[in-house]
Design a protein. Structure first.
Ligand code: SAM
Length: 286
């Protein structure tokens, strides 16, 4: 018996059974609906419910999760893209819009699932000439991003064709010819300090790749800022004149990161907040 052919009463009973396992009616409904849509049947729904009951994030259990206009494949290879990063993309798109010329090159450093890069490729206005480069040091994360580009090719082949995935550490992944030519650099790098890990939500701490979360103190001495610093200092060399860098960070890092950006020679340095009003980004220009 599959869920779609089950009578209403049986589907309701299945939601009830899954709810007993996962402890939440909304999640139970999503799991049953997902099993139905994927043709997994009743047994498949029970397998998903047991994974969730064992503590796996709902997003990994379902295997896809919405991000802005996209439905992205997500699994243990990368961090689940988060609502604050949707705001980061909004700020980055605004920076492209005020550039005063059509953006030609946008970079997403540490792309993970590809959330930022794919959104830029889909949403940049007048972006038909925009190349979007997505990098990651993790081959597994990059493989997941590649699967998301392949999914995107089914619905928006023009946007998918704008994307280029490259493996490597921060700017070292990029072709040297892009130095000084990037209109936009966006990154959501690791920014959790080692000693902050125990305080993270266990669903994130135990399931997201550690390499997506943890960063060293950096030269400024601010906890967890090493990768943010690397992106900001590199941006001064890789941005085109007038180009913008937008980096996600934790609220307590914002002032220190703004100082790093100024010391790197960037101009128009400012911080931006997420929807909850917390300082979550530093933005700067060349
Ligand atoms: C916080 S996750 C962000 C993922 C994705 N951009 C998002 O917003 O959902 C950080 C990403 O940076 C990658 N990363 C960590 N160190 C890196 C490095 N040295 N060079 C490039 N990418 C790196 C991780 O593999 C991970 O995918």
């Amino acid at each position: 018996m599959t869920v779609p052919t089950a009578p209403d009463g049986a589907a309701r009973a299945l939601v009830g059974e899954v709810r007993t396992l996962v402890g939440d009616r909304r999640e139970a409904t999503w799991i049953v609906e997902h099993a139905e849509a994927a043709g997994l049947g009743v047994q498949g729904a029970r397998v998903l419910a047991r994974r969730r009951a064992a503590g796996e994030p709902l997003q990994y259990v379902l295997g896809t999760w919405p991000f802005r206009t996209l439905e992205l494949r997500v699994d243990r290879r990368a961090l689940v893209p988060r609502p604050e990063t949707e705001v980061v993309v909004g700020v980055a798109l605004d920076e492209l819009a005020v550039l005063g010329r059509p953006g030609r090159v946008a970079i997403d450093l540490g792309t993970g699932s590809g959330a930022i890069a794919l959104s830029l490729a889909v949403e940049a206005r007048g972006g038909t000439d925009l190349e979007v480069w997505a990098t990651d040091r993790s081959a597994e994360a990059l493989a997941l991003a590649g699967e998301n580009v392949a999914r995107l090719a089914g619905t928006d082949p023009a946007a998918a064709a704008r994307l280029r995935l490259v493996e490597g550490s921060w700017f070292a992944a990029l072709p040297a010819a892009l130095a000084g030519r990037c209109d936009l650099i966006v990154a959501n790098p690791p920014y959790v300090a080692e000693d902050e890990l125990p305080g993270l939500d266990p669903v994130v701490r135990e399931w997201a790749p550690r390499s997506a979360l943890v960063a060293g103190p950096g030269r400024s001495g601010v906890a967890g800022l090493a990768d943010v610093e690397e992106v900001l200092t590199g941006a001064a060399r890789w941005l085109a004149p007038g180009g913008a860098v937008v980096v996600e960070l934790a609220p307590h890092q914002a002032a220190g990161a703004a100082d790093v950006a100024r010391r790197a020679g960037l101009a128009g340095v400012r911080t931006e907040r997420d929807l909850a009003g917390r300082l979550r980004m530093v933005v700067a220009h060349r």
